[in-house]
Design a binder for this molecule. Structure first.
Ligand code: ATP
Length: 228
């Protein structure tokens, strides 16, 4: 059974329609790569899942109709978001940022700092003074501290140096091995997505145009929909 199920989802920014028919299924423990060129509707879909933007169509998470829930309730059901732009509380320390997000479950401060040792080393440092990569680790750590069942990573490696990107991908592989977390991953790194994800869903102009196993995403598909 699907943990998250979107069917024919539409959404608009005021008078401007951005989503015209998104279909997306994520099973428990599954990692799905959510792909498409710039401006095709990936972040907008994430906003509808997290209830930051009203949507029509079917949006069900763990049997709950998401359209009826405010965003804080969606988070409490177990949807953890690492938003584009890695937002943290800049004036709080690393430890305070993590504690502020905490809810009971597998992921606690020792486990998060074992996953990202640099966060442990910098626990007393203000978030504003961290490097971009460390802030990204903190954003992922904060989402994990909420103990979600679905973790959404929106461009988690964007703008980071190659070595830091590798660290983030390695952590994603480890957290998948450690828990039965489901993942929805948006990222420009096709090779890394292939390694990290089970399935891909591709959107174009606000519509789902392809979905299938990562192994079925061949050159024809990526040339047609991703321009690579
Ligand atoms: P990117 O990879 O560039 O982030 P994306 O696939 O995430 O792209 P979205 O950001 O979801 O795409 O954008 C989908 C459409 O919605 C685009 O036409 C975009 O211009 C529009 N859009 C996005 N955010 C807003 C907003 N806050 N107000 C109005 N229109 C928006």
């Amino acid at each position: 059974m699907s943990l998250l199920s979107l069917h024919r989802v539409t959404a608009s920014y005021g008078a401007s329609q951005a989503l015209f028919g998104i279909d997306l299924e994520i099973a428990e423990g599954e990692a799905v790569a959510f792909m498409g060129r710039n401006g095709m509707g990936k972040t907008t879909t994430v906003r509808t899942i997290c209830r930051m933007l009203p949507a029509a169509g079917t949006l069900v998470f763990d049997g709950h109709d998401l359209r009826r829930l405010p965003s804080h309730r969606a988070a409490r059901l177990g949807i953890g978001l690492v938003p584009e732009g890695r937002r943290c509380f800049a004036g709080l320390s690393v430890a305070e940022n993590l504690i502020a997000a905490a809810r009971p479950g597998h992921w606690d401060m020792p486990r998060v700092t074992a996953l990202f040792p640099r966060l442990g080393e910098r626990r007393r440092q203000r978030a504003a003074s961290l490097s971009g990569g460390e802030q990204q680790m903190l954003a992922i750590g904060r989402a994990l501290m909420t103990n979600p069942r679905l973790l959404i990573l929106d461009e988690a490696t964007e703008g980071l140096a190659p070595l830091v990107r590798q660290e983030i991908w390695a952590a994603i592989a480890r957290l998948r091995a450690e828990t039965a977390l489901s993942l929805l991953v948006i990222d420009k790194g096709l090779a890394e997505m292939r390694a990290a994800c089970d399935r891909a869903v591709i959107v174009e102009r606000g519509r789902t145009v392809w979905s299938g196993a990562m192994s079925a995403l061949d050159r024809g598909v990526s040339e047609a929909y991703l321009g690579v």
